[in-house]
Every structure is written in C-alpha cells, then in structure tokens.
Write a protein that binds this ligand. Structure first.
Ligand code: COA
Length: 365
C-alpha cells in the first residue's frame, strides 16, 4: 500500500472555497485573489464570500455577546489557562447554549457559523481582561469586527489605522484550503458530529507550534534576540543547533506565501509609525539568512508576529486572533462537508511485527 507521511500532496476533498497554488504563490477565495481582497475588501465581506451567504454585518454584530452562564464559567478557570485552551473550552461549552439545538440543517449550521464568528473575539478579549484582574468590556453594538475586538481588549476605541490593519490581518487568515485545522474540522464533521465538535477539533489543531501556534513562537524569538545587531549571530547559531525556525517553510508553498508579502509591508509600516523598526529589521535579517542558508521563505506567521506586537496585542493572543479569522474558513468547510458528506477514513500501512505468538503476562521476559 502506498504511504505518504503527513498526507503530503494527497487530495482529500473537492472544494469550491479556496484555491491555493503553491508553485505560483497564488491564493484566492472563491476565485477572488487574496491581494484584491486585502486591498479592497473587509473581513465581513470575506466572511460573506466564504459562506456564500447573505450580508452578515448586522448578524455578526448581533451575536457578539456571550451567554451569561458562559461568562460566569470563564471566571472559574485558573488565570494561568492559555487563551487557546480557554477559546477551545468555551467554544465547546457554547454547544450547551445552542438556540438551534437538535436542528442540523444547513440553515441552522450557517446561523451557528455566524454566531461563532461573532462571539469568538468576545471570548478572547474577555479572557485577556479576566486573567489580568479586569472586568470584561461589553461588545460594541456598532463598528466592524476588528474595531470591536480591539475595543473589547483595551476598553478604548482604537484609531482607524489600527482597526484597518487588523481587518487586513483577518482577511488574510480567513481560509487556507486543507490546512491541518481545517482538515481536523472536516474529519470531525465527516462523522456527522456537530459544528461545535468540528470547531473544537479545529481550535485544538491550530494551537500547535507547527500550525497557528507558530506566530507566538516567532515573537518570542524576536524578543529573545532583542536588538538588530544580535540577529545575525542568533540566527546563525540557531541553524547550527539545527533548530526549527518558526514562521518559515510551508507544506504547499514552494515560493513566497502571498500573505507574507502583505504582512511584511505592514510590519515595515507599523515600525515606521511607532518609531521602532527594530522588530521589522530583525525579521528582515532572519528572513535573508534563512532564505540564503535554508532556501525557505517566511509563511503567514512570520511577519504577523511583529504586526500584532506593534499593535500592542499580547503575544499569546496571536494564535487566538488567527482562530477568530479562520473560524470563517473552518465553518465554510464544515458546511461544504455536510452538504456532500462522506466519512473521512484513510488507511495506515502496518509496519509492525506480524503473527506474534501470545505469551501470558507472567511468562513474558
Ligand atoms: N526551520 C528549519 N528547517 C526547516 C523549517 C524551519 N522552519 N521548515 C522546514 N525545514 C526543513 C526541515 O528540517 C527538513 O529538512 P531536512 O530534509 O534536511 O530534514 C525540510 O526542511 C523539510 O521539512 P519538513 O518538516 O519535512 O516539511 P513539512 O512540509 O513537513 O513542514 C512545516 C512544513 C510548516 C511544518 C515546517 O516548515 C515547519 O515546521 N515550519 C515552522 C513552523 C511554522 O512556521 N508553522 C506555520 C506554518 S504556516
């Protein structure tokens, strides 16, 4: 039996949602190029596009608040809980408060998609405040998704520039074909488990450092380096120690990740605006070194790390913010899976011993 570890290049679904050309470095959602979306669109419009639905602006705004019992439940969690663990736990717990309980129609699942997208930023922002001994800030009844998140996080209205930067980040992260977390969501949905079960699986898969968790690790590395002139020696040493450099390499892209192109520019711009280009400059040195010595390009997580940091976002919220965007892609894929479902069940090639004779435990050596 043929075997491909990591399912590299295996086509495991037919999808209308996301077109990813790893050789050309081209990414589009429903045929719309990611560069055009980043330049001209909004996160809300992107969500609408992914769900092929109606105008979702008002519906997202209407679904920002958390059920009261869930807010109380969050207060019981130890403050040391990571934001990704809290997000996964609370999304799972929301299934107990589902207004569409028992209805597994596509319409009900679209409503769940909108509700989850509306409420996830509230979970992340509320948790950050609670763990810092502050009261959560109630969501805005107006304002876009990005503005509302920044407002709930800080308790202050963000300036338009910051909101716009976050809006672009959310567009860029919204979907990415059969990445590990989306695959996890589709595998779970493929058993006809609920939307909540599928999204809980996806959040778990996203949290790992080889997937969405990489952005947090990138920022930790940049902070460890600290100064521009320390970057060359650090990165050379890391390669000599055969360390895996977070934010580099990709299973599908053999050229520049088109999302990294935007995020690099945004990192540069934010550095100029904040008067501290250190993180951008350190990133550039690392990028050049890794390209020259390993032939690897930065992926979406490399420059997003410094973008979030310069926006004043706590490092361990990087991956939860990724989730707050990718929820649109996850749910779009779950809807697509339900619409044309077949159980996802690959095979493993057995390479262990065969025909082993049973020996009672007390007689084993
Ligand atoms: N740093 C150093 N070396 C890397 C690397 C990285 N970030 N990514 C890949 N490589 C090297 C591997 O060591 C391996 O080299 P070898 O053949 O000499 O052993 C080779 O490139 C292939 O790596 P492999 O892990 O088999 O590729 P993959 O397709 O399974 O992995 C990633 C893809 C994304 C998991 C991998 O590139 C990675 O771990 N990147 C860092 C984590 C990250 O940024 N994740 C976010 C992805 S969007």
């Amino acid at each position: 039996m043929a075997s491909t570890d990591g399912l590299e290049d295996i086509v495991a679904a037919h999808s209308y949602i996301c077109d990813l050309d790893g050789k050309l470095g081209k990414l589009s959602y429903f045929g719309l190029d990611i560069h055009d979306l980043a330049h001209f669109s909004t996160f809300e419009e992107t969500a609408y596009l992914l769900w092929h639905g109606e105008d979702v602006n008002a519906q997202l705004r209407a679904n920002r608040a958390l059920p009261e019992h869930i807010s109380e439940f969050m207060r019981l969690l130890p403050r040391s809980s990571t934001p990704m663990d809290v997000l996964r736990t609370i999304v799972s717990a929301l299934s107990s408060f589902d207004p569409d309980a028992g209805d597994n129609s596509q319409e009900a699942n679209l409503r769940r998609s909108i509700r989850l997208t509306g409420v996830m930023p509230t979970i992340v922002a509320s948790w950050d405040r609670l763990r810092n001994g502050k009261e959560p800030v109630a969501p805005l009844t107006d304002g876009n998704h990005a503005t509302n998140f920044l407002y709930m996080l800080t308790g202050e209205m963000p300036d338009d520039y910051k909101s716009h930067m976050l809006d672009i980040v959310l567009i860029l992260h919204a979907d990415h074909e059969l990445n590990a977390s989306t695959f996890a969501a589709r595998v779970t949905a493929g058993t006809l488990a609920s939307m909540y079960a599928a999204i809980t699986s996806a959040i778990g898969a996203l949290s790992g450092p080889l997937h969405g968790g990489a952005n947090e690790q990138v920022m930790r590395m940049l902070l460890k380096i600290g100064e521009v002139d320390r970057a060359p020696a650090y990165i050379q040493g890391a390669l000599e120690r055969k360390e895996r450099i977070m934010g580099f390499g990709h299973r599908v892209y053999k050229t520049e990740d088109p999302r990294a192109t935007h995020l690099r520019q945004m990192s540069k711009e934010l550095g100029e605006r904040t008067g501290d280009s250190r993180w951008y400059e350190i990133s550039r040195i690392i990028e050049e070194h890794i390209r020259e010595h390993k032939g690897l390009n930065p992926n979406v997580d490399f420059y997003s790390a410094s973008v979030y940091y310069m926006m004043g976002i706590p490092i361990d919220l990087d991956t939860p913010i990724f989730a707050c965007s990718r929820i649109t892609g996850w749910t779009a894929h779950v809807l697509e899976q339900y619409a044309n479902n077949r159980l996802i069940r690959p095979r493993a090639e057995y390479i262990g011993p065969k025909n082993v004779e049973y020996v009672p435990i007390e007689q084993r050596g």
